[in-house]
Design a binder for this molecule. Structure first.
Ligand code: GLU
Length: 504
């Protein structure tokens, strides 16, 4: 029988959630939903020094904005709760003790000064200090001391940490769903601290215990955790627990393709690296967010899905439902995924086209006082005409203001291009023609005006260019007959006359 799929997203609340973290959450979500499984949110806040107020809330709001909410987590279906590691603190020590008792871990009393001395001493010799099998008996720990000495130190209240005793001379065979089989020489591993002198577990210990207790079947996380995989395997073995399956997602690279995209890159490179805007609680510095910049969550999600995964076809637009159906962890690649800020704009433009015009109109209306008294259905029709040129709702006004009020000025370059000697005469005749028309539809306008132009024997542009200039203020915008129809007869005639007054 296959195990039920339970995956977890396990961020540390040390600041706003980086867009790469959202990608990790998304891949976990897609995997869970694809396999009818459960998506768990666990807050890994054992490092109280790095705790940032508001970060947990930010993480939850970001997942909600992306429509990838967790099934289990803080305050929701707390079947395996609590889901904040700080609230599970009392649980971890007993597990560290189990490892001590079975000989897989040991107490270490080396002070920070001594370790620092060794580190610097090694550095000076061009080496790296590693605490493991080759030197552990020369350091101060329960392996080098007698049982009595160790007990005496503990009773005397000497601070200690608990370290994992990495095995010597073994070849470890690890498996990763994306990277395949990985071999690691256990001699290269250091004896990682599992339990700190402040009474808190380290990430490694807490993470393994919680994944076990929360019955996590698959661990899907960023590539930066790959070096920890060997230790995690060894910990599972030491406890005698089933090992979950692992998948390490590729790094997200800077737009240049060189180096990892960092939290600092965004504002430096001119695009957000956070899903939502974030105000640093201490410095009050603001970091931009995709939401506030006008991105649709569907566009962000679709874009992120392609950072490391592809469906193997030409199709690029995938709704969340389609992503769930098509997502396959075996199709996630190993190589770093380049963050292309133009591509996310492209996705936004595409999703703009798919949005319902009335909802877009409501959003547009709420951002512009000038639209206060205008019927939302009229605004929706305008949006239908201009949205193929828009990427953001904030582009709408510049693309469409002339549907709501007459242009205040004319583009100089376009004036020179559009206005010829016979323009005043042609415009006067056109104004009369338009004002006498009964059926004022786009189609009818087109037929009537085109046949009038033909009868005058003048070039099409001689009429159409000044007409467009009169309506829009520049030689741009959608179909002229659509614009005339939308603003109506009286307004059309009035704009033609305004242009005429402007002519020499
Ligand atoms: N707390 C770790 C992080 O912040 C979780 C790593 C993992 O998923 O195992 O990324």
């Amino acid at each position: 029988m296959t195990k039920t799929v339970r995956v977890r997203f396990a961020p540390s609340p040390t600041g706003p959630l980086h867009i790469g973290g959202v990608r990790t959450a998304l891949f976990n979500y897609l995997f869970a939903k694809k396999h009818g499984g459960t998506f768990v949110l666990r807050i890994e806040d054992t490092d109280q020094n790095r705790f940032v107020k508001g970060a947990e809330n930010y993480i939850i709001e970001s997942l909600n904005w992306c429509h990838i909410p967790f099934d289990e987590g803080p305050g929701k279906n707390e079947r395996f709760g609590p889901y904040r590691q700080s609230e599970r603190k009392a649980l971890y020590k007993q597990y560290a003790d189990v490892l001590i008792a079975s000989g897989h871990a040991y107490y270490a009393f080396d002070t920070a000064e001594i370790l620092d001395f060794h580190r610097k001493d090694h550095e000076a010799k061009g080496k790296t200090f590693v605490y493991n099998w080759h030197n552990r008996l020369k350091l101060t720990n329960s392996l080098s001391l007698s049982a009595k000495e160790t007990q005496a130190k503990i009773h005397a209240g000497e601070p200690y940490v608990i370290r994992f005793k990495s095995p010597q001379g073994q070849t470890l065979h690890l498996k990763d769903l994306i990277r395949g089989d990985i071999k690691v020489d256990s001699n290269t591993l250091d004896d990682k601290i599992l339990f700190k002198s402040d009474g808190m577990p380290t990430y490694h210990l807490a993470n393994i215990i919680d994944d076990h207790l929360m019955q996590i079947s698959h661990v899907i996380r960023g590539e930066e955790w790959l070096p920890s995989l060997a230790l995690h395997y060894l910990l599972y073995k030491a406890f005698g627990w089933d090992i979950p399956q692992f998948a390490h997602l590729p790094l997200i690279l800077k737009p240049t393709g060189k180096g990892k995209l960092s939290k600092r890159d965004g504002d430096k490179l001119g695009f957000p690296v956070f899903p939502l805007e974030w105000e640093d609680p201490k410095t009050h510095e603001i970091s931009r967010g995709y939401k506030e910049e006008g991105y649709f969550p569907q566009a962000v999600v679709n874009f992120l899905a392609f950072l490391g995964w592809n469906p193997g076809t030409e199709q690029e637009l995938f709704s969340l439902e389609a992503l769930i159906t098509n997502f396959d962890i075996a199709r996630v690649h190993k190589g770093g995924a380049r963050f292309d800020a133009d591509k996310i704009k492209w996705f936004n433009h595409q999703y703009m086209q798919l949005q319902d015009n009335v909802s877009l109109a409501e959003a547009f209306k709420s951002e512009h006082n000038a639209l206060e008294d205008i019927d939302v259905n009229y605004i929706a029709l305008v949006i239908g005409l201009i949205k193929e040129r828009a990427t953001f709702i904030s582009d709408f006004w510049d693309l469409s203001f002339y549907f709501f009020k007459a242009p205040k000025q004319y583009d100089n370059k376009d004036l020179n291009k559009a206005i010829k000697e016979d323009t005043p005469e042609l415009m006067a005749e056109l104004a009369t023609l338009v004002s006498t028309m009964d059926a004022f539809s786009s189609k009818n306008l087109q037929i009537t005006i085109k046949s009038w132009i033909a009868s005058k024997n003048v070039g099409f542009g001689k009429v159409m260019m000044p007409l467009r200039l009169a309506l829009v203020g520049a030689l741009q915008g959608p179909d002229v007959f659509d614009i005339m129809y939308m603003i109506g007869k009286t307004e059309t005639v009035s704009r033609i006359k305004t242009l005429m007054r402007h002519l020499p």
